[in-house]
Design a binder for this molecule. Sequence first.
Ligand code: SF4
Length: 197
Amino acid sequence: GQALEIRAEMINALVKKHAPMCMRQLGQTLEERKHLKHQGRLQFGLFLKELGLGVEQALLFWRRSFANITDDKFNKEYKYNVRYNYGLEGKRVDYPARSCARIIMQDTPGPQDTHGCPFRHYSPANLASTLSTTYGLGQAQSSEILATVKSGHYHVACTRLFEMTHGVARGKGLDGKGESVAHPNRYFERSWKLQQS
Ligand code: SF4
């Protein structure tokens, strides 16, 4: 379901504040490179749609984000994809946002890609550096996350990062009752809700 009504200009700040690492990294790449590759656009675009971003605002967001290309190129090469995500082109399927299982198991990112799940797909060094620079985690917290990842518990690592960065006690999870991260949109919604309470 839709968590809130968002406009294009709100996205970057909302993503930084409330999105899980996979989406935050895509948002950051888009800001830095003014571009995202196909799978990244799908993963991030469907996430934003499920947050409540309508197609007109989505077109505005992607157009502004791809700041280094002309309107003509945008309209020819990217507009269709944005509308496709909303079921307005091609097969006309209103695609759902990808779950963690989908992101972790399918469309494994190559070396130049930034989609996927950082807990599953980043090297330990890259993950450690993201935890310290983007999230400001100290040594002990960072080591705990890395050990969890090493044992293959990606969802647990993501849930622990949520707890650490939202002042939530260990084991309380997304909802205060131990809910583990299984979908990026649930992560966002819980984070956003905590801010309201
Ligand atoms: Fe994203 Fe899910 Fe990975 Fe967390 S566990 S970073 S929400 S794919």
